[in-house]
Design a protein around this ligand. Structure first.
Ligand code: CUA
Length: 314
């Protein structure tokens, strides 16, 4: 993979949609800052310059100054009209109709991770979502439990994920790279550890990725991993997790078919190392409090076998 990470900021637009949204945002910030400086400046000036002194009489009261009123009403009216028009225009450009369009990926917010299913393929993955750069793609956003919110600041618009509702976002990523974001709607204990990583590939790399990830899991590489595979299916692991090409077809936890090819675990909480997989299996609640995965009291050899199996799933 080719690409460095980008600064996570709305001031670092990296998609065609963000390039449209960003100038509007900048104009708004400039206009609002200008108004704030003028209003607060005048207020401070007037407060000091015309403050009451001992013996001052009641100042002259002025009513119905048409000129002042015309400015007070006219300037805000013009500004609101301008930004309303620009907002509707940008919304139309960045959120065109989705009717009849097949989404590139269906992303489901779950407590506390992201499931990604690629329609028309067998690819299912979690948390690290690959998309082609330079192409306009449609994301379908859903939730399995509570309201989550999908937001990668560099891509511009954010979108709520609401149970029972299908929401959509168009994104045209400028160039290959890694783009990060996070869940932006408080969704429970581990909301803070619901990070998003989008890996934008060149269209050719993306096709290759889809092809690789549509394959079934690699068979266990050695006897320890083989023992791990047996344990995975015999113990409860397979009830919640899928590993394609094996009997494990659980749907409530992340798909682990190609776990080892992801760079992080637990929606960005830890790097994907054997040590971290082991630590999590040994004490899920201790690593990610509130996590849905129950704690199993496994023997050391059992955990080692599971780790050998999982860390081989490239
Ligand atoms: Cu999901 Cu906050």
């Amino acid at each position: 993979m080719s690409q460095g990470s980008h600064v996570i900021s709305i001031f670092n637009p990296q998609s065609a949609e963000a390039w449209k949204l960003s100038p509007l945002n900048n104009y708004l910030i400039i206009a609002c800052s200008f108004i704030m400086i003028v209003v607060v400046g005048l207020l401070i000036y007037v407060t000091i310059k015309f403050r009451a002194k001992a013996g001052d009489a009641e100042p002259k009261q002025i009513y119905n100054n048409r000129t002042v009123e015309a400015f007070m009403i006219g300037i805000p009216f013009l500004m609101v009209s301008f930004f309303f028009y620009q907002t509707v225009k940008v919304m139309n450009e960045t959120e065109p109709t989705v009717q009849g369009q097949v989404p590139t990926v269906v992303i489901t917010g779950r407590q506390w991770w992201w499931q990604a299913v690629y329609p028309g393929t067998t690819v299912v993955t979690a948390n690290e979502i690959h998309l082609p750069a330079g192409k306009k793609v449609l994301l379908q956003l859903e939730s399995q439990d509570v309201i989550h919110d999908w937001w990668i600041p560099s891509f511009g618009p954010k979108m709520d994920m609401i149970p029972g509702v299908k929401n959509y976002l168009w994104v045209t990523i400028g160039k290959p790279g890694v783009y990060e974001g996070a869940c932006s709607e408080f969704c429970g204990k581990q909301h803070a550890w619901m990070r998003i990583k989008v890996i934008a590939d060149s269209p050719a790399d993306y096709q290759q990725w889809l092809l690789n990830k549509s394959k079934a899991a690699l068979p266990p590489a050695d006897t320890l991993a083989l023992a791990g595979a047996v344990i995975f299916n015999k113990k409860s692991c397979a009830d919640c997790h899928s590993i394609r090409g094996t009997p494990a077809q659980g749907k409530s936890g992340p798909d682990l078919t190609h776990l080892a090819s992801r760079t992080t675990l637990l929606a960005g909480m830890m790097t994907n190392t054997k040590e971290h997989i082991k630590r999590f299996i040994n004490n899920p609640e201790g690593v990610k409090p509130g996590v849905r995965m129950p704690r199993f009291i496994f023997k050391k050899d059992t955990v080692n076998a599971l780790v050998a199996y999982l860390s081989n799933l490239k």
